[in-house]
Design a binder for this molecule. Structure first.
Ligand SMILES: Nc1ncnc2c1ncn2[C@@H]1O[C@H](COP(=O)(O)OP(=O)(O)OP(=O)(O)O)[C@@H](O)[C@H]1O
Ligand SMILES: [Mg+2]
Length: 587
């Protein structure tokens, strides 16, 4: 885990390493100044009987100048260290975000399902910021605090071993208290991040579904839901902070108690003649340093305590292996558009989960047009998602062009199998930019041709900027049917061997729907087409029609054959043509 994160330091390595070195400079000065002070007081003390001579004055002036120089140097190191640390930590966070983002891009649908989108967003934002803060504290204090502690301890032993043991006792005590507090606080931080996930999930759902929220006038409900989520996050954060605030008073009690004991013991020493005033002054300075060293360590630890759960969560994302990987020696050519399901079973939860697809066997010839009909939840979308390997079959194998899809290079496969998903999205940017997702270097002619095939040309040409028209985030600036046609055009630009339309013309009127099918037949006759639809009219003229029922193939044949043999098909047909409801769900 540490290694995974350490990799993100990259070009900020120098700054990361320089920070503790510079901070060491600051600490060294801080340690030396009290030492000089002891010497200075010693000079004044030795002159007590005789009065200060001009030589003493000179020595005092020199000491003063050196101490001033040290103080300046310490300040300079402090400023430089702070600057380096913020640059290094900001850079580290940027790299970390990039790595996370890169990793998430490799994820399969299954991986994303596992984490949930909102949790991935929290991990990319809040978690990274938390780690960034801890990283900054860590590189600034990591060397400085222990150094301060160790050197101050050594110096005080040099001055008076009989008194210095007080520091050791109080330091040990303090260390134990800090560790105890850390252990108590961590679970609360862990919960807090989970609440942040929830918070983001509520906000995200609301914002993506804002139209639905408005149309159902659920704003108040949504506000309540969000308030509940913020309250939960607040509770855990307060619970954690409550423990954290105990840290500073604890440290201070120990600090002042140490000071008092030191003064008492030191005072007795001075009266008894075993200790000099200069030595006591030195000891007091060092005791402050030792204890402030511990205090610094404590505050670093508190950052670390908070960051630990965030680090774990980030590492989880970074080490997660995509469930769909490129094979070792991938096949980079799909010979034709034939599709075969060989005893395929599938469950979203992996092996042992509830079967969504059960023992599916079918063969679709290259260039064939196959309609897919079935009630909602009969696994139509699931079935086709196995073809471009959006998910892998749990059992059996899916073949494209006569080869197991798992043998292909993913990019090759997904370029050959274009899917217009049921829940499809467009992105902000112009229409042309969106269509170029299908083919990066598509010419204007190619784009227009694809749009024509999808019957999208007529409305695009009526838009103010034509192909330059901006779609807005998620393609909000076009209607549902227009969006569907743009998605089809985008898929066609890939020039695929297999084209899958998952309910892709549901929002398009019957006439345009028929026109799209006609143009597909005319312009892309060699492409294997799988058309999932609710309307029988959308699949009626397909070469063959597949009827799915609860994840099983119920029937597979031409319209006429199915009218003869398939009960389900016939009843759907009748419900749609008998003037009744037009829903494939009728059973
Ligand atoms: N990502 C997922 N994780 C878990 N279960 C899922 C997931 N997607 C779908 N399912 C389940 O799998 C089953 C089949 O869903 P699928 O989306 O394939 O049906 P469908 O035939 O396409 O339905 P519709 O006609 O409504 O689009 C459903 O019971 C659904 O609850
Ligand atoms: Mg579906």
């Amino acid at each position: 885990m540490f290694k995974t994160l350490a990799k993100c330091v990259r070009q900020y390595k120098t700054r990361t390493l320089l920070t503790p070195i510079v901070m060491t400079g600051e600490a060294a000065m801080e340690i030396l100044i009290p030492f000089m002070m002891t010497k200075l007081i010693g000079v004044i003390e030795s002159a007590q009987g005789t009065g200060l001579t001009s030589g003493d004055f000179r020595r005092i002036a020199v000491f003063g100048a050196i101490m001033f120089g040290m103080a300046c140097l310490s300040l300079l190191c402090g400023i430089l260290g702070g600057k380096l640390a913020s640059e290094a930590s900001a850079g580290f966070a940027a790299n970390l975000r990039e790595d996370l983002y890169r990793k998430i891009q490799t994820y399969s649908f299954e991986n994303v399902d596992k984490f949930s989108t909102s949790s991935l967003i929290t991990r990319l934002t809040t978690d990274v910021s938390t780690v960034q803060n801890a990283f900054m504290m860590l590189i600034r204090m990591l060397v400085r605090a222990p150094l301060l502690f160790v050197f101050a301890a050594i110096m005080s032993f040099v001055i008076s071993p009989s008194i210095a043991w007080i520091f050791l006792v109080s330091a040990t005590l303090l260390g134990l208290l800090v560790v105890l507090i850390m252990r108590k606080v961590q679970p609360n931080f862990r919960e807090m991040f989970k609440k942040y996930d929830k918070l983001n999930s509520v906000a995200q759902e609301n914002l993506t579904g804002i139209r639905v929220v408005k149309s159902y006038v659920l704003e108040e409900e949504e506000i309540k839901k969000y308030r509940k989520a913020t309250q939960d996050a607040y509770d855990y954060s307060v619970r954690a902070e409550k423990i954290m605030v105990a840290m500073m008073p604890t440290v201070q009690i120990v600090m002042y108690a140490t000071m008092l004991i030191l003064l008492a013991v030191g005072g007795v020493g001075i009266i008894g003649g075993s200790l000099e005033i200069a030595e006591l002054t030195g000891l007091i300075s060092y005791s402050t340093q030792i204890l402030s060293g511990i205090m610094m360590a404590a505050s670093v630890l508190s950052f670390v305590a908070m960051a630990k759960p965030a680090v774990d969560r980030i590492a989880e994302v970074l080490v997660e292996e995509s469930t769909i990987e490129n094979p070792v020696s991938p096949v980079t050519e799909v010979v034709d558009g034939s599709v075969e399901f060989d005893r395929v079973s599938f469950s979203y939860a992996g092996e042992g989960g509830a079967r969504v697809l059960e023992d599916v066997r079918l063969r679709i010839e290259s260039g064939e047009t196959v309609g897919v009909i079935g009630g909602t939840g009969s696994a139509k979308s699931t079935l086709v998602s196995l073809i471009p390997r959006l998910y892998d079959a749990t059992e059996g194998c899916v073949k494209v062009g006569g080869r197991d899809v798992r043998e292909y290079d993913l990019e090759t496969l997904r370029n050959a199998v274009a899917v217009v998903l049921q829940k499809n999205v467009l992105f902000s940017g112009s229409i042309a930019e969106n269509l170029r997702w299908g083919k990066e270097d598509a010419t204007q002619e190619e784009i227009e041709f694809a749009a024509r095939q999808a019957c999208a040309d007529e409305f695009i040409e009526r838009l103010p900027d034509g192909y330059g028209y901006d779609l807005g985030q998620g393609g909000v600036n076009v209607s549902g049917g227009q969006k569907q046609r743009l998605c089809i055009a985008r898929a066609l630009l890939k020039r695929p061997k297999v084209l899958i339309l998952d309910d892709s013309t549901s929002a398009v009127d019957m006439k345009t729907d028929a026109k799209i099918r006609d143009s597909l037949r005319k312009y892309a006759p060699e492409v294997t087409k799988l058309i999932i639809a609710q309307r029988i009219s959308s699949v009626r003229d397909a070469d063959r029609i597949l009827v799915l029922d609860a994840g099983r193939v119920s029937a597979f044949g031409t319209h006429d054959e199915l009218m003869e043999t398939s009960e389900i098909y016939r009843s759907v047909y009748e419900s749609q043509n008998g003037g009744g409801e037009s829903d494939a769900d009728a059973e």
